[in-house]
Design a protein around this ligand. Structure first.
Ligand code: SF4
Length: 572
């Protein structure tokens, strides 16, 4: 992070400089740290400029001009998600910043950082990456401006954009540039978006121009076209006499490749210059990433468009080695707080046909489980057992979300989870109770959730543990009505479930649900659906949290608006 540190390493100049919207935490859960470590591991001298003051050019010049490129990321979160609530209200904290303070990164950080870098270093190469760039790589609906925005590559006037988990793409670009090639010559790199003068690929898909897809009807068609083709074909979109070129995603990592990444010498702590605690770090410092990818395909989640549907798992030996390194740290409490990934119990699972990169289905579980899915939980439990035996490790927990329909396939897995790997509470995401909202979200029916809870509670009781399942609820999803929220609230009330975790739906870029939000149409059938907005979402949330005194007036208003006054008594 400083020239003094570079000098200590004997580096007179840097090959790559990563500019990030997060504080610099050298831990494998932080994207900038992973990319930095991978580049250094491959021999590229890499610096990090973390949370520079975007109004001050000198903040971008502290490490000089890189030989190859600036890598720009907004951080672990999209900057707009980080800054604003679902009601577009400004947040007052930022978990990725020392002291949890808000305001250390700009809105639309990729664009702002890139603008400043071009001002400071004429003609410098800029490569975008990270979640914000990844999910804004093509024209997308942007909730915060309520418009379809162009690819962030074009808005930022950057040279290339690496999407998904970017290790492969970034390394390939670094190698090519170091060998004297230009970005245009590296345009074939998978997982990369660039601009180009001509269509050079046979069998490519020509997308309609940006101006056309700004209208909801055209966007609906465009979104389906992108989603059905991007994994296998190159997409081109005309833009100002050139083309935006989107390549298929980088190949998933093998276990050996993933192990090599997590074996890099992460310090597992924030840069020593920080004096205050970084909330996101405190939360994940003793957790482990066991795998990447998710084949659940929930419609409101963009993870598959970023990490992919293929589960890429680390080996047991790699996870044990990481636990040993954690245990050797004198600050380690003896508790591994989480061993997981996007969905904890997908560790080691795979498609029998080896098809997940090329399969037309968005989910291996919805609307029904695919017969080709190999979904044995044995590997996950074996890893948890092995971690528990590492000297210095007292407890191992699973805190990442568990996909309950999958877990039900292996009853013994639920028993083991309840007996050994849950610390009092298990977070589960039924999201809703009503059939239509659940279908539109791509989630299984509520009876599946109920069955899981029943078994988990019973196994906890037999183990002599008082444990509960905390349901995660989502309100305001496209297609949900006030009546749906009323029935959801009645369901919770009948079971005396007072839920703190109620999320308001946020149409983040590139999800299926976001397309439904913008277009007002069911993604599968094209039929018109109701899209709750503004106050109605507030009312839906109040209904679900009917027990809070401050929600009383909203509950009454919601019941009246829905013509359900007969329920006034029921809601007290
Ligand atoms: S074939 Fe089935 S198991 Fe394989 S990726 Fe497709 S949906 Fe999933």
């Amino acid at each position: 992070m400083t020239l003094a540190e570079c000098a200590r390493l004997g580096w007179e100049e840097l090959d790559v400089i990563i500019v990030t919207g997060d504080a610099y935490v050298d831990h494998p859960a932080f994207g900038a740290a992973v990319i930095g470590r991978v580049l250094v591991g491959a021999g590229y001298r890499t610096g990090i400029i973390a949370q520079p003051d975007w109004r001050d050019p000198s903040a971008f010049m502290v490490l000089g001009r890189p030989r190859l490129f600036f890598g720009v990321t907004a951080g672990n979160l999209d900057s707009m998600v980080c800054h604003y609530t679902a009601q577009r209200k400004l947040r007052h904290d930022d978990a990725f910043t020392p002291g949890g303070r808000a305001g250390k990164r700009p809105d639309r950080a990729c664009v702002i950082y890139a603008q400043m870098l071009r001002r400071c270093f004429k003609g410098v190469r800029i490569v975008l990456g990270g979640i914000e760039a990844s999910l804004r790589r093509l024209p997308h609906y942007d909730y915060w401006s309520d418009t379809v925005r162009n690819s962030v590559l074009l808005d930022a006037k950057a040279d290339a954009l690496v999407y998904g988990m970017g290790e492969r793409g970034v390394l390939e670009l670094a190698r090519g540039l170091a060998a004297g090639k230009e970005i245009e010559e590296l345009a074939d790199t998978r997982g990369v978006v660039t601009t180009t003068r001509e269509i050079r690929v046979r069998d490519a898909v020509l997308l309609p121009p940006f101006e056309k897809v700004r209208e909801a009807g055209a966007f609906f068609e465009y979104d389906h076209l992108v989603r059905s083709r991007y994994e296998e074909q190159v997409l081109y979109m005309p833009h100002g006499g050139r083309y935006l070129r989107h390549n298929p995603p980088a190949a998933p990592f093998t276990t050996e490749e993933l192990d090599a990444i997590y074996a890099l010498p992460f310090a597992r702590r924030p840069h020593p210059s920080y004096k205050e605690r970084i909330p996101a770090y405190e939360q994940i410092k003793d957790s482990m990433v066991s795998h990447r990818g998710c084949f659940g395909g929930c419609h409101f989640c963009a993870l598959a468009m970023h990490q992919g549907k293929t589960i890429q798992s680390r080996s047991e030996a790699s996870l044990v080695a990481e636990a040993e390194r954690m245990a050797a740290d004198e600050g380690f409490s003896g508790v591994i707080t989480d061993v997981g990934g996007p969905t904890a119990n997908m560790y080691g699972m795979r498609c029998r046909r080896g098809m997940s990169m090329r399969c037309g289905r968005r989910s291996c579980l919805f609307p029904e489980r695919c017969a080709y899915l190999v979904s044995d939980h044995t590997a996950h439990l074996r890893v948890l057992e092995a971690l528990k035996k590492v000297p210095g490790v007292r407890k191992v927990f699973v805190a990442s979300g568990v996909r309950h329909d999958l877990a039900l396939e292996d009853d013994w897995y639920i028993r083991e989870l309840a007996e050994k790997y849950v610390g009092g509470q298990l977070k589960l995401a039924p999201e809703h109770t009503q059939p239509v909202p659940l279908k539109l979200m791509g989630k299984p029916g509520i009876e599946v959730y109920e069955e899981f809870v029943e078994r988990f509670t019973e196994y906890s009781r037999r183990a002599g543990k008082k444990q509960r399942v905390v349901p995660y609820i989502l309100v305001g999803h496209p297609g949900t009505t006030l009546n749906d929220a009323i029935e959801l609230a009645r369901y919770l009330k009948r079971r005396n479930l007072k839920v703190d975790q109620v999320q308001e739906f946020t149409p983040t870029p590139m999800t299926v649900s976001t397309c439904m939000y913008f277009t007002g149409r069911d993604y599968e059938t094209g039929a018109r659906i109701h899209v709750p907005k503004g106050r109605e979402v507030r009312l839906q949330k109040a209904l679900v949290q009917w027990y809070k005194g401050e929600n009383r007036k909203y509950v009454i208003e919601a019941l009246r608006r829905a013509g359900r006054e007969e329920l006034m008594k029921e809601f007290g």
